[in-house]
Ligand binder design. Structure first.
Ligand code: MET
Length: 396
């Protein structure tokens, strides 16, 4: 059996030898000549029905070969029959909701918090006509009703790295499709489909692209479920641009190496943070070696100092949302990624206001640590000196 590093390099490249090229071509055509219009019409019809292939792409909203190669490679890494990509991770989440809930007239969703704030907000907004019950991971069964179309979980969860036992949720779902957001783990560390997940979702913008320069989303699933997702994509136009498809495909080749290197640094940083007096607690996954094969490169930690001060004091680490890039990123979930989650619900699911989320990049681990350490000390120092000056004011 081909190993994951080899799949990451060679996946989705089956037709290159025949084409006589080394790198996958970027096909930017918006339309494709169909000299036999009747045959072109048959192809259009096949795409509209959700087919995986047809005699011509006909039009770029229906199919694109560059994007198709990325999908083939990602499906192989996730161990699924198919994958369907979208213009962003949120477009992918939307398509799953439309396919699983709207197209089936089962508008109820059961979701386990925490979830990425955008997903949480989409589910609670009612925008797509779905209504959501939030449950704990072991309360999924009780939350399911006759009109439940989808169960949504993230593991490791954004932003606090909570872990969910996928097989246990799938058992509780009792046949209701389960979507697992696998963005944090990547297919290198976890394959949710092997534990019964129906839809495996990635924000490709993160680790898959890996360089902070491409936005996309992708859903890996069985072919019978890929068809409706393609139909949604065609009808809503939520397509991934071919250049995005190319960059995501290219990113896959180095994914195992990037994850391994960043994970190694993250383990060191998680340990050092846990020993730092300015840190209240650290969240860093403990892999079970079965579902989750490694801890990954995301860390969350709560700080005693004002998180805004800590981030302001950083000089190397990039203060930004998103994750999985070559550079280390830090963000304050309560202020940014999870701002639109009601604060009571956010606190209840283990995302306090003093939590910071770090996406460890590929810089030297000691340079990342020096920056974090100094910012943590300075922020405390600022607090302490402010307190001293206040004491002085009071004393006078
Ligand atoms: C606009 S918020 C950012 C997006 C991204 N999904 C993150 O968790 O960082």
């Amino acid at each position: 059996m081909t190993r994951i590093e080899t799949m990451a390099v060679h996946g989705g490249r089956d037709d290159l030898a025949e084409l006589g090229v080394h790198a996958p071509p970027i096909d930017l055509s918006t339309t494709y000549p169909v000299p036999d219009q009747a045959l072109g019409g048959e192809a259009l019809h096949a795409w509209a029905d959700g087919a995986a292939s047809a005699s011509s792409p006909v039009y770029a909203r229906l199919h694109n070969p560059t994007v198709g190669r990325f999908e083939q490679a990602l499906a192989q890494l996730e161990g699924t029959e198919a994958a369907v990509s979208f213009g962003s991770g949120m477009a992918a989440v939307t398509a799953v909701l439309q396919a699983a809930c709207v197209m089936t007239a089962k508008p109820h969703v059961v979701a386990v918090r925490p979830l990425y704030g955008g997903t949480d907000h989409l589910l609670s907004s009612g925008l797509l006509g779905v209504r959501t019950t939030y449950a704990t991971a072991d309360g999924v069964k009780d939350a399911i009703g006759p009109d439940t179309g989808l169960v949504v979980v993230e593991t490791p969860a954004n932003p606090n790295l909570d872990l969910v036992d996928i097989a246990q949720v799938v058992r509780q779902a009792g046949g209701v499709p389960v979507m697992v957001d696998n963005t944090f783990a990547t297919p290198i560390l976890q394959n949710p489909a092997a534990f019964g997940a129906t839809y495996v979702l990635h924000s490709g913008t993160k680790y898959l692209g890996g360089h902070g320069d491409v936005m996309g989303g992708v859903v890996a699933c069985a072919e019978r479920l890929a068809g409706p997702l393609r139909q949604v994509r065609i009808l809503t136009g939520a397509v991934l641009h071919p250049l995005g498809g190319y960059l995501l495909h290219r990113g896959l080749a180095t994914l195992p190496l990037r994850v391994e290197a960043a994970q190694k640094s993250a383990a060191t940083l998680a340990q050092r943070l846990a020993e730092h007096p300015a840190v209240e607690f650290v969240r860093y996954p403990r892999p079970d070696g079965v579902q989750l094969r490694g801890s990954g490169a995301m860390i969350a930690f709560a700080c005693h100092a004002d998180p805004t001060d800590v981030v302001r004091g950083l000089r190397l680490i990039t203060p930004a949302v998103s994750l999985g890039s070559v550079d280390t990123l830090i963000e304050h979930p309560a202020a940014l990624t999870h701002r639109l989650v009601p604060s009571v619900a956010r606190e209840e699911c283990g995302v306090p206001s003093n939590l910071l989320r770090v996406s460890v990049g590929l810089e030297h681990v000691d340079d990342i640590w020096d920056d974090l350490h100094r910012a943590l000390c300075d922020a405390d120092y600022v607090k302490a000196s402010l307190k001293n000056s206040l004491d002085l004011v009071v004393a006078h």
